[in-house]
Ligand binder design. Structure first.
Ligand code: ZN
Length: 444
């Protein structure tokens, strides 16, 4: 029971205006505690995570004029941690301008997000995993899904190849749909040609000079809620691999006949199947997932390169590693079923035999080049069931650049010089592969 309003409180209500009033309610014995609040703003979507010691129910709805998202969380009291949320909204957040937090009813905290644009919200809970307790996740997607092809074009604005890339976007195949979640509309471009436009010219036969640049999808592992492996000095895999990917993108974009596309370009979580979907959407010729390894023993060291295996891993350690990397979705926090399920099905139905052969070829070249700048963990390509390597039509490799759990390698991974050496070695490997297999420089 809340105490009747005192004259003082009534005056506050009368004169408060926009001031947020927090009614005094008795603390419930079993109220949940908010342990931490995190925000992950990105163009693709903004995520807000509330971590707590028990699983909580939340209801949400949106309001227009102006756009707002209202989330009611049951079984929780206002606390400094939840009030922290207000200061964690960054001015450059693409979706949220401000958030207001209040005790809506006894036992119900209401969050009101004032939005910069209409959103397709995804609200879901996650059970404890890794270092995390229960999480309530609010994902704010734009009402119209982002097309990776448009991101590629935007990035190539002053590029001499912009025209070619635009043509590519206009004629993008429909079998590689845009990653989207329920409640999102697809953008009115590219995915469907109007009936009166002529069909795209047939693709050149394999072996002829490619009429477009070689497109490399770079996939920095982990991100957002998923830090990946963490070194003894606190170095996070997700940060290091993004830095290496950005360096490699720069090197690739400086080549006359190559361009790079990043599946994530900042610190936010991208589900594994969405990474694959993005690469297929931009019709990448090659997919390179970048990681840093970890092992219980700090003595483990060296680089390794991986290709997909559909039938078991090359060793117990390989199986363990693939499981650890595939757990990214659980730790990063994926809303099961939110991303279009038919995409996952298409990927499962297609054969990946030829893809794996090409992946082993390119992986071998990359491994050879990395062997010139770092000790190798294994002298040959290894294979395991990595979810991120499952694009049926794109040669795909995963590089464990070094062991972040090895103090010397952790130190190396932190330096710009070593990151640059890794990026250059990978570029050399890619170039060796495409010059040895020019027919593979384009898909047919
Ligand atoms: Zn990793």
């Amino acid at each position: 029971m809340s105490a009747p309003a005192t004259p003082l409180r009534r005056r506050m209500i009368a004169g408060g205006g926009a001031l947020l009033l927090l009614p005094v309610v008795p603390r419930l014995a079993q109220a949940a505690t908010i342990v931490a609040v995190r925000t992950w703003p990105a163009d693709e979507y903004t995520r807000v995570t509330l971590e707590m010691d028990t699983e909580l129910k939340a209801e949400h709805f949106t309001l227009d004029n102006p756009h707002r998202l209202v989330v009611d969380i049951e079984g929780v009291q206002l606390s400094p941690a939840i009030n922290d949320l207000v200061s964690k909204i960054r001015p450059n957040d693409p979706y949220i301008s401000t958030v207001r937090v209040g005790q809506n009813r006894p036992n119900v905290v209401r969050l009101v997000f004032d939005l910069k644009q209409d959103v397709a919200p995804q609200v879901f809970t996650l059970k404890p995993i890794g270092e995390y307790k229960y999480r309530l996740v609010l994902d704010l997607y734009p009402k119209v899904a982002q097309d990776p092809l448009m991101a590629l074009l935007k990035d190539a604005e002053n590029d001499p190849l912009a025209g070619i890339l635009e043509n590519l976007a206009q004629n993008s195949p429909t079998e590689a749909p845009i990653p989207s979640v329920e409640g999102q509309k697809l953008p009115p471009i590219a995915h469907k040609r109007p009936d009166d436009t002529p069909p795209p010219p047939p693709r050149a036969a394999p072996g002829t000079r490619p009429d477009r640049p070689i497109l490399i999808a770079l996939d920095p592992g982990h991100g957002g809620e998923d830090p990946g492996a963490i070194g003894r000095r606190g170095t996070r895999e997700k940060d290091i691999v993004l830095q290496i990917a950005l360096r490699l993108k720069k090197l690739i974009d400086a080549q006359p006949n190559m361009r790079a596309y990043l599946t994530r370009d900042r610190d936010y979580f991208v589900p594994l199947n969405v990474r694959v979907q993005k690469a297929r959407r931009v019709q990448a010729d090659l997919f390179i997932s970048i990681h840093a390894d970890a092992w219980i023993k700090p003595s483990a060291r060296g680089s390794s390169v991986w290709a997909l295996s559909q039938h078991g891993a090359t060793s117990a350690a390989a199986r363990w590693l693939a499981k650890k990397e595939n757990d990214a979705d659980l730790i990063g926090g994926v809303n099961l079923g939110a991303h279009n399920a038919q995409v996952a099905k298409v990927l499962l139905d297609l054969s990946t035999g030829a893809q794996i052969n090409d992946s082993i070829r390119v992986g071998t070249q990359v491994l050879q080049e990395i062997g010139k700048i770092n000790q190798l963990h294994k002298n040959r390509i290894e294979r395991a069931g990595f979810a991120v390597l499952k694009a049926p039509d794109i040669p795909s490799i995963l590089i464990e650049t070094a062991f972040i759990s090895n103090p010397q390698e952790e130190q190396l991974l932190r330096t710009a010089a070593h990151q640059q050496r890794i990026a250059a070695a990978v570029l050399n490997g890619i170039q060796d592969y495409f010059s040895a297999h020019p027919a593979l420089a384009r898909r047919d």
